[in-house]
Design a protein around this ligand. Structure first.
Ligand code: IPM
Ligand code: MN
Length: 352
């Protein structure tokens, strides 16, 4: 196949981890006979510095014309402690999600047998954990009206959802559940929030269409607890934007390193594949960041965007091999031998 990939490396460690994923993708493409064309485009703080906009129109064009977007990370500390900054890198990510219509963010929680001892949780609690969180990504409090009163001593962020928005994401989650262990957990705060009551109503109306799936409803506070007490109880979890943001960071800890976790954002236009870790500015330029979250995101790209399952499996297999053989960055190696970001990428490319 001919595949066009938009590469948005972004800020911090983004360019370093993306470079390793590209090494692996290139080898996979040549082994399976695909021709790949990469188009790089600016995003995040680096785009603000270059053109004053964290998601410039040219970047949007590149994404719209691509078969998939491989995304690194965005964010820069110079914006974090400046609440008055007018343009922020994160706005680029939100604009990209909205303009590409990426309403579903798929974040699997994976455990790797060779890393069980790295988790802050006891092995027996997590060894059978295998669930995927489907986070709604273009609605809710992230995108509702925001503002201040005239005296600027009062602020608001409105959480809004339409029935259509809720229905399309819960339906997608049911399709996932049908393809997995047929259990769906709808996470909300329906004892307090009206939007959550809408979610529950929509969930209850869709239940009938998926009689084979066991549906359960869980308040978000209880879900937060259960993720660490009994993660194997989850199969597919679906939730609104901000709850999903928080719960997926929590869930990423189960694996032992957030640097390992991939994600896919899918919806109306081109899908985006990115690691869930951020730009990790302290590590930028040091060649120490873990590239596996990005490499595994590339595996998700083959699977979701190109429907090339053997290619995705080949990438996952070499990642497992690298973990088994200890070809790992310092976040996993701890006091053992640590390899650099580019050494891990080279090893993966040589062994895929
Ligand atoms: C994520 C990030 C983003 C979010 C930030 C950078 C805007 O935390 O992708 O989870 O909150 O969605
Ligand atoms: Mn987040």
């Amino acid at each position: 196949m001919k595949l066009n990939i938009a590469v948005l490396a972004g800020d911090g460690i983004g360019p370093e981890v993306i470079a390793q994923a590209i090494k692996v993708v290139d080898v996979v493409a040549s082994k399976f006979g695909h021709e790949i064309n990469y188009t790089e485009a600016l995003t995040g703080a680096s785009a603000i510095d270059a053109v004053g906009n964290p998601y410039p129109d040219e970047t949007h064009e590149v994404c719209m014309n691509a078969d998939a977007v491989l995304f690194g990370a965005i964010g820069h500390p110079k914006f974090d402690n400046d609440p008055s900054a007018k343009v922020r890198p994160e706005q680029g990510l939100l604009a990209m999600r909205k303009k590409l219509g990426l309403y579903a963010n798929i974040r699997p929680t994976l455990v790797f047998p060779s890393l069980l001892h790295k988790s802050p949780l006891r092995t027996e609690l997590i060894e059978n954990a295998d669930f995927v969180c489907i986070r709604e990504l273009t609605g809710g409090i992230y995108f509702g009206d925001k503002g201040r009163n005239e005296a600027r001593d009062k602020a608001w962020d409105v959480c809004e959802y339409t029935k259509e928005e809720v229905e399309r994401i819960i339906r997608l989650a049911y399709e996932y559940a049908m393809a997995r262990r047929k259990k769906l957990t709808i996470v909300d705060k329906a004892n307090v929030l009206e939007t959550s009551r809408l979610w529950r109503e929509v969930g209850q109306s869709l239940e009938k269409e998926y009689p084979e799936v066991t549906t359960e409803y869980l308040f978000v506070d209880a879900a937060a607890m259960r993720i660490i007490q009994w993660p194997e109880g989850f199969d597919v979890m679906v939730t609104e934007n901000m709850f999903g943001d928080i719960l997926t960071d929590e869930a990423s800890v189960i694996s032992g390193s957030m640097g390992l976790m991939p994600s896919a954002s899918i919806g109306i236009h081109t899908s985006v594949f990115e690691p869930i870790h951020g730009s990790y500015p302290q590590a930028a330029g040091k060649n120490i960041a873990n590239p596996l979250g990005t490499v595994l995101s590339a595996a998700m790209m083959f699977e979701y965007a190109f429907k090339l399952y053997d290619e995705a499996a080949a990438i996952r297999k070499v990642v497992d091999a690298s973990l088994d053989q200890g070809i790992v960055t310092v976040d996993i190696a701890g006091t053992g031998k640590a390899y650099s970001t580019s050494e891990v990428g080279d090893w993966l490319a040589a062994n895929v």
